[in-house]
Design a protein around this ligand. Structure first.
Ligand SMILES: *[C@@H]1O[C@H](CO)[C@@H](O)[C@H](O)[C@H]1NC(C)=O
Ligand SMILES: *[C@@H]1O[C@H](CO)[C@@H](O)[C@H](O)[C@H]1NC(C)=O
Length: 358
């Protein structure tokens, strides 16, 4: 909120400017207002936990990617129609988890790694986003984009080049969301989720090593998401015409989360590892929307995607967008809409406060 000064276009206002003494007093008054306004704005910024100079470093997949996956759907319509108004690299109609976490920290969304050499240096001050859609902890069948380890190596290189200093890292936050594409890869190559046990253990082990690697670089606060209920994604619930979440993928997600919590508990950690429970927050938001819809059937089904691809041939992409993206939970087959992310973020806020403590 700025200070608004109105200049009435009446004769009285002109007469103020005609008198040199009144005019200089008026200028002084304006000057003081501007200074006051700056002081208030500054106080507001630092009252957000005194988080001046915090940087956010993001790793993982499309749930947190804000522009690294060129030539993907994230750069094609209808993605981005709500924010920023055109396709700009997010797998959503608008903001994703990264944007909300950055705003919680009182900083801008960090620049996407892809653009590090094309933006002004000052744009690097909020951190960097290494996440890329389609990627996983292991290499993914969906893309040859960088896996989690490779993303962390890219981060390490910039630290070696002193783009970010050890001092920067100590006051930084890392955000990691990854794993969904590993299970998608497993499904496509092995077929049966029932045999996922050994794969899951290896996956969580590698994830834990990678988290340890981020900590080893000196980042003191690491937020890691727990897997969302994969069976609730429209690509799974489509089997029941979007009436129910599929049970098996949800069991796999719960097991994954349990193993991850177990491994985090056993890390000899000197940093804060904060888990953001997407499993329970997704479920809670979805059930709450479903309850409201039971009373008012005109509301949108939270298990139904807002975007439906109608035909896809010769690279042509025809789609239909629901009437009110702002009333949806899922944007497409696999990704929440901005409204979905905003609702999830609202529920995560109480956990996020731990990131503000020193
Ligand atoms: C990550 O990708 C690199 C390059 O493809 C590969 O050498 C490495 O083994 C991968 N790491 C994991 C954990 O899969
Ligand atoms: C959905 O249906 C397909 C085709 O019938 C089947 O292969 C798949 O296993 C089903 N998925 C779930 C989660 O039930």
């Amino acid at each position: 909120m700025g200070v608004h000064i109105f200049f009435p276009s009446t004769n009285e206002s002109r007469s103020i400017h005609d008198d040199p003494k009144t005019q200089s007093l008026f200028t002084l008054f304006l000057f003081i207002l501007v200074i006051l306004n700056n002081i208030i704005a500054e106080a507001r910024r630092s009252s957000r936990g005194g988080f001046h100079g915090t940087k956010l470093f993001v790793f993982g997949d499309s749930y947190v990617d804000t522009g690294n996956f060129l030539r993907s759907g994230s750069y094609k319509p209808p993605n981005g129609i709500t924010f920023p108004g055109k396709p700009a690299g997010r797998f959503s109609d608008g903001r994703v988890l990264t944007d909300y976490i950055a705003s919680f920290l009182g900083i801008r969304t960090p620049v996407a790694y892809r653009y590090r050499n094309y933006v002004e240096k000052s744009k690097l001050q909020h951190g960097m986003n290494y996440a890329q859609g389609g990627t996983g902890i292991f290499n993914s069948i969906l893309t040859n984009g960088p896996n989690l380890t490779t993303q962390i190596n890219s981060f390490q290189k910039l630290v070696q080049l002193n783009v970010y200093t050890k001092h920067d890292l100590r006051s930084s936050v890392a955000l990691v969301n990854v794993g969904g594409n590993d299970y998608a890869t497993f499904l496509q190559t092995n077929g049966n989720l029932k045999d996922v046990g050994a794969f899951s253990s290896g996956l969580v082990n590698q994830l834990c090593l990678d988290l340890k690697g981020i900590e080893g670089m000196g980042v003191r606060k690491i937020a890691i998401t727990l897997m969302m209920p994969m069976g609730c994604a429209p690509q799974q619930s489509v089997n029941t015409s979007y009436t129910k979440c599929a049970e098996l993928p949800n069991v796999v997600a719960r097991n994954h989360n349990q193993q991850l919590l177990h491994c985090l508990a056993n890390l000899k950690q000197s940093s804060v590892f904060l888990t953001l429970d997407l499993y329970n927050t997704f479920n809670s938001v979805i059930s709450s929307m479903a309850r409201k819809r039971a009373k008012n059937p005109r509301l949108m089904n939270p298990l139904e995607p807002c975007v439906r691809v109608e035909v896809e041939k010769e690279g042509k992409h025809k789609y239909k967008v629901c009437e009110k993206p702002e009333a949806s939970f899922f944007w497409d087959q696999a990704h929440p809409s901005q409204n979905g992310w905003h609702s999830v973020y609202s529920q995560l806020q109480s956990s996020l406060h731990q990131l503000l403590q020193n």
